[in-house]
Design a binder for this molecule. Sequence first.
Ligand code: HEM
Length: 397
Amino acid sequence: MTEDFYQNPQATYKLLNEHGSVHHVELPNGMRAWLVTGFELAKKVLTDPTISKDLYGPAGEMAQADANVALRLDPPVNDNLVYADPPRHTRLRKIAMKALSGKAIRDFTPRISEIAESLLQSIDIDGTDSIDLLSAYAYPFTITAVCELIGIDSDDRAEFQGWLQTQLSAAEVADKYIAAANFETYVYRLMGKRDGRAATDFLSELMSPADDGEQLEKRELVAMVNAFLLGGQETTAALIGNSVLAMLRRPELMDELRESPDLVAPFIEEMLRHESSGNVSPPRFTTEPIRLGDKIIDAGQVIVVSLASANRDLAQFSRPDEMDPHRLDNRHIAFGYGIHRCVGSALARMEAKTAVSCLLAHYSKISLDVDIDSLRWQSSSITHGLMSLPVRVTRRP
Ligand code: HEM
């Protein structure tokens, strides 16, 4: 797999799918893995209890040696539910679900609209009619939303994001631990606050015991906050960008969405299937030999699932390459499937719908400010999102 894979993943999947749904690949970052591209096999991998996500378990250990790259990052970044197996995963997940419940998201919805509106107004104040929709709108929107949910003060956000990035970067291990310690101290301080705001309610939910009395240790809570920050910003911002690009490609669709606001939710749902911000799932590890289609995969191997390819599987969806917001057969797996299915899916849907609706209501015209062929996608097999999306906008009178 080369950089072309990032720039046009569906073209690569078309070629691969001519030869089956399970492929031994080397991703552009050098990682060797089994890539599953068909819908049914994807669901099988995502639900097979013999396949582990535990980076620190024996299968994870063995698989990483074979995969050619180190997947483990320094704690506490990875020490959360994303990379845990049951029973630890079950315990952590129950508490995460409680904090991101339907009610919590409904309560947060009015604030999400305010964040979108105030960002659009601040763009107006700048007076420009040419903006990068990602850096001016989509990213600040999702970063502000998740930071407010957690309760991070606006003055502290840049420093807080810096600590997070350092932990994920190629920085010296000592620097990573300093960043992790600062991050931890800050979250502990937040946990000490009780001023009744939504953000504090969210942390209170994470801190309080589940129905069965299970409770997070302090260290686990910090890792959980990390998981929400990592899982909740980039993915949703990229989905908003991809959705705006789809409207720019089809101006008649943009008009239809402006005239029928109820169509925005099904449009976002179809975008999740057709061009979601997730490409390939995080890695999983075989703990015993497993048959997938016509291949037998040994124990201790890395498996990744292409959600983007599975969601275009002709055996599952009619006209899979067509983006149709009126589609009825849309049981996609953009948020995964099985026990690790995205805990933030309700928040992500609500944010994407709000961001697109507010944009359409605010501007009477949005058009691409560069040649469509010059747009570049991020070099990442996990996130399928644009590097930038320059647009020209006309404000409503
Ligand atoms: C469009 C936006 C999003 C997409 C496409 C997305 C996609 C996914 C996918 C595919 C998984 C499953 C990964 C796997 O099985 O290995 C997942 C898990 C997860 N997501 Fe999201 N996500 C989005 C938004 C969010 C948001 C807004 C949050 C939180 C604020 C979030 C937090 C998480 C967490 C904590 C997990 C781990 C769940 C577990 O392992 O049990 N995500 N996400």
